[in-house]
Design a protein around this ligand. Sequence first.
Ligand code: 5MM
Length: 344
Amino acid sequence: MGAVELTSAARDLTTTARMMMQAGKGILAMDESNPTANRRFAKLGIPQTVDARRAWRELILTTPGLGEYISSAILYDETIRQTASDGRPFLVLLAKAGIIPGIKVDAGTKDLAAHPGEKVTEGLDRLRERLTEYRQMGARFAKWRAVIAIGEGIPSPGCLLANAHALARYAGLCQEVGLVPIVEPEVLMDGGHTLERCAEVTEATLHVVFDQLHAQRILLEGIILKPNMVLSGADCPVQAGVEEVADTTVKVLLRTVPAAVPGIAFLSGGQSAEMASVRLNAMNVRWRDKAPWALTFSFSRAIQQPAMDVWKGDARQASAAQAVLKQRARANGMARGGVYQPPS
Ligand code: 5MM
C-alpha cells in the first residue's frame, strides 16, 4: 500500500485530475489515429489528408466558448504538433480556451497470440521517453485504450490480464513523469449480448484492471477511469431503457472502482450522441448523491460526429458545424450535472 500522505508530485497529479473533473465539464476525445480519422472522413467524402485532418481539428479548437463545457482534450501525436492556419500552435489555442491538453499514447490493438478473436493494446516500448517528450511539450495527462470483445467464450482470463497489466504499466510510467493516466478499458457494444452479459464482463474487466493498478502501485487519486457504459449489445433484440442502463452501470462501478478515484469519464462507444447524453444525465440524476466519484464524459463520436456531418469538409459550413459541436458539448456539460433537458 502507498503512503497515505501525498508527496508534492502526487498532489500535482491529484490537482490535475480534479481540474479535469470540474463541475459542468468533461473531456473531449479528439485523439483518433489517422486510420480512424480517415475512415470517418471517407464515409462523408472528405479527403483523407493531413490538411483535412488539420482543418477539422482547427475547427474544433476554435469553436467559440468550447471551454465552458470542456475541461480537457485528448490529442493525437499528429495533432499535438500541429498549428492553426494563422500559425498558432494548437496547444496555444487550447491554453486560450482554458482547456487542459492530453495525449493518446497507446499504439493501437493487435491480435493476442493464441486467443482467437481477442486483442491486446501495444505501445509500452519506449513509452517512458515518449511520455517525457509530451510532458515537456505541455501535456498534463495521457490516455491508453484496451479493447475487450464479448462473444462465445470470450473474453478469456488471459485477454483480461494482458490488457489490464499493460494499462497498469502505462499508468505507472505516466505518473512517474507527472502525467495523469486516463485508464480506458472498453468493453465493446458489438454483438447480440444482453445488458446482463455486458454487466458481467464489465465487472470482471474492472476487477482485473484495479487489481493490476494496485499491483503496479498506482496512485488512484491521480488517475481517471474511462469505461464503457453498461449497454445491451448493439444487435440484442431487447434494448435496456435509460434508467436500467444508468443504474446497472453505476452498480457495476460501485462494486469495482475504489472511492479514491476522483472521476469516471465515459466513452460513447458508438451510441448516438443523444443517447449518450441522456444516459449520462440519468446517472447523475439518480446517483449523484451516492456515487463517490464524478461521473462525466470523454466522448469522441458523440460530440464530434453530428458536427462533422454538417461540415463534410466544406469550409463554408465551418460556423454551422461549430454551433452543432458546441450544442453537443453543452448537452454533455449539462448531463454531467444531471440537468440536461433533451429537445422535445
Ligand atoms: C472508444 O474510443 C474512444 C472514445 O471515443 P467514442 O466516444 O467515439 O467511443 C476514443 O478516445 C478512441 O480511443 C480514440 O478515438 C482513438 O481511437 P483509435 O481507434 O484511432 O485508436
